[in-house]
Write a protein that binds this ligand. Structure first.
Ligand code: IPE
Ligand code: MG
Length: 215
């Protein structure tokens, strides 16, 4: 979800305002994705590296995480959406952690849809974390044992979309992206529309996926 800061700046507003409007688009865009047949989506809210931004921006974004969970908690329940925050959450204040854990707990038995937020998430962190967890239970790591402990388990994204104009992964799901399709949009995240989502899905459907095979 890149481009919040630039979007706000173009309006003469603060970066905070950009994050606030950006965050208010997440649930709406998730719904648009589910209407087109997608059952699982992960929104990259904050990377491990973003955590080196100034304290005020980091704490503002963590408060937004809390307020959006509160705002959409009943939507999660009503629509049977399993909610999860992935990433290293150890730096979050207890109050926010409790709200996350409550939402995760109350939705953990749903299987219709999955809405994940990646917060203080990095692909490097995910792999190292999975390796450490795997080593607690296994003498040696193989493909299956490592996948089991990744924050996404063995579910990999079919499609990764980045808004904001840059064509890079920025440490997102490095392991899981092995055979993902990629789409890069110039649109800044707060401006993303249902039309953008429709054309993303249309492009995806017209791509033949081969997974290294000859078709
Ligand atoms: C994306 O917007 C949200 C986060 C990374 C937290 P940015 O904050 O990266 O916005 P730009 O790239 O400066 O416009
Ligand atoms: Mg950015």
């Amino acid at each position: 979800m890149d481009g919040n800061g630039r979007w706000a700046k173009s309006l003469g507003q603060s970066r905070q305002y950009g994050h606030q409007v950006g965050s208010s688009r997440v649930y709406e865009i998730f719904k648009a994705c589910t209407e087109l047949g997608c059952r699982t989506a992960t929104f990259f809210a904050m990377s491990s590296e973003n955590m080196n931004r100034n304290e005020a921006e980091i704490s503002f974004i963590s408060q937004l995480l809390k307020s959006s969970i509160n705002e959409h908690f009943s939507d999660l329940i009503d629509n049977k959406i399993k909610f999860k925050v992935i990433g290293d959450l150890s730096s979050l204040p207890n109050k926010i952690l409790e709200i996350i854990q409550h939402a995760e707990n109350e939705t953990k038995n749903f299987s219709a849809y999955n809405l994940n937020i990646a917060y203080n998430y990095g692909g490097h962190w995910d792999i190292i974390n999975a390796a450490n967890l795997a080593l607690l239970n296994h003498k040696q790591i193989n493909y299956e044992t490592l996948c089991k402990y990744l924050s996404t388990s063995e579910n990999y994204p079919d499609l990764i979309v980045r808004t904001g104009g840059y064509k890079r992964l920025s440490n997102f799901m490095l392991w899981q992206a092995a055979y993902s399709e990629f789409q890069f949009l110039d649109v800044l995240w707060p401006d993303i529309s249902k039309n953008d989502i429709e054309s993303i899905f249309h492009n995806y459907e017209n791509t033949q996926r081969k997974f290294g095979l000859v078709k």
